[in-house]
Design a protein around this ligand. Structure first.
Ligand code: 5GP
Length: 183
């Protein structure tokens, strides 16, 4: 991305919440933690499309283990910034996860609705273990077991580093809240 595009996109941000440097440092720490915890049982990382892609790409390169990766597509929001309450599977895993040590990699857990649906679904496939790694976790009533959290996230609609609004901003290297004029 050119500096010009980056500036153009960043103009729509109200506030930068996490800079590219902060994200890189935290993702490295998460990777090291995961590598320690899974040293004797190489994990299968399941990335949730589409928002996970920059996070997952950086995370796997920080995990010094012979891991594997698969993807699931879930959709809980349309072009709106409020939860629709409806979760739809748009792409399923390529392989069985029976007996696998599954680590779900998600960009953000907000209401927890999407993750609850996903965990219920994956549990029926009998993995050996099932944990969640979310880059951002919003405060809320959800009582979901998120084992690894990058950053607690303020209760705002955020974009960048994989997170979109109506398909845009995923290529911003930082994460920020979106100005109301940009919605
Ligand atoms: P939940 O079901 O936990 O409410 O929402 C999960 C999904 O909603 C996330 O995977 C993400 O796609 C979307 N989402 C929730 N909060 C935000 C936000 O602040 N910004 C963006 N871009 N997406 C969000």
């Amino acid at each position: 991305m050119t500096r010009r595009t980056q500036l153009e996109l960043a103009r729509d941000l109200d506030k930068v919440l996490f800079s590219a440097e902060q994200i890189a440092a935290r993702v490295r720490e998460l990777g090291e933690q995961v590598a320690q915890d899974y040293a004797d049982r190489p994990p299968l990382l399941v990335g949730i499309l589409c928002g996970c892609f920059p996070f997952l790409a950086d995370l796997v390169r920080s995990i010094d283990l012979p891991l594997r990766v698969d993807f699931m597509g879930l959709s809980s929001y349309g072009d709106d910034t409020a939860s629709s309450g409806v979760v739809r599977t748009t792409k399923d895993l390529e392989r069985s996860i029976e007996g696998e040590h599954v680590l779900v990699v998600e960009d953000i857990v907000d209401t927890g609705l999407t993750m609850r649906y996903l965990l219920d679904n994956l549990r029926t496939r009998r993995p050996a273990s099932l944990e969640v790694c979310a880059l951002l976790h919003k405060p809320g009533p959800q009582a979901l077991p998120v084992r690894y959290v990058g950053f607690p996230c303020p209760d705002a609609f955020v974009v960048g580093y994989g997170l979109d609004y109506a398909g845009r901003y995923r290529n911003l290297p930082m994460i920020g809240s979106l100005r109301s004029h940009a919605r």
